[in-house]
Design a protein around this ligand. Structure first.
Ligand code: HEC
Length: 152
């Protein structure tokens, strides 16, 4: 066997023997895109709640409607096993997610509930909206504290 053929053969063996590396798993970019959309809409409400932007019932309602629908996107294909931060680069998803999937799903459920309330109150007045923002922000934070790694 020539050296070239030998190297070719062993590279192939190595590729087969390695565990499936998910660095480029499209699910990671997809879920990060989802979270960017959460932030993009939540920022509208947060800015009004903090008084940095004047309360605008229509804009608040649109952001809240978006958040309601965004949090209804089925999560089934966004969290494949092996796409945690201990296994692959480019994600802050803690391995603890897969160790306690029920709790992770419950925390996502809390976000969905808060988004539903937000949708009901966002257009009804600044104070009502502010309360909704506080409650919803806590659901983001609770999950990040448990399941999102610190930014590196
Ligand atoms: C059930 C858990 C959970 C909830 C609820 C949650 N997040 Fe996250 N979030 C995560 C995890 C896990 C990551 C890391 C994802 C990754 O890097 O693969 C993340 C990442 C992010 C990121 C970074 C995305 C990027 O560019 O990489 C932003 C921004 C974010 N979340 C915003 C929010 C906002 C805003 C809310 C609430 C409206 C929220 N998240 C609710 C778990 C959650």
């Amino acid at each position: 066997m020539t050296l070239k053929r030998f190297l070719g053969a062993s590279a192939l063996c190595a590729a087969i023997a390695l565990p499936a590396l998910a660095d480029d798993d499209p699910a990671i970019a997809a879920r990060q895109g989802q979270f960017k959309l959460f932030s993009h809409n939540f920022a509208v409400l947060g800015g009004m709640a903090q008084g940095r932007v004047d309360y605008d019932a229509e804009a608040a309602q649109t952001a809240a409607d978006n958040l309601f629908h965004l949090t209804r996107v089925d999560q089934g294909r966004l969290w494949p096993e092996g796409t945690d931060s201990a296994s692959v680069e480019g994600t802050r998803a803690s391995p603890d997610i897969w160790d306690d999937l029920d709790d992770f799903v419950a925390k996502f459920g809390a976000l969905q509930e808060a988004a539903e309330t937000m949708q009901e109150v966002a257009g009804t007045g600044a104070d009502e909206m502010r309360a909704g923002v506080g409650a919803m922000g806590q659901t983001c934070q609770a999950c990040h504290e448990a399941y999102r790694d610190e930014a590196s």
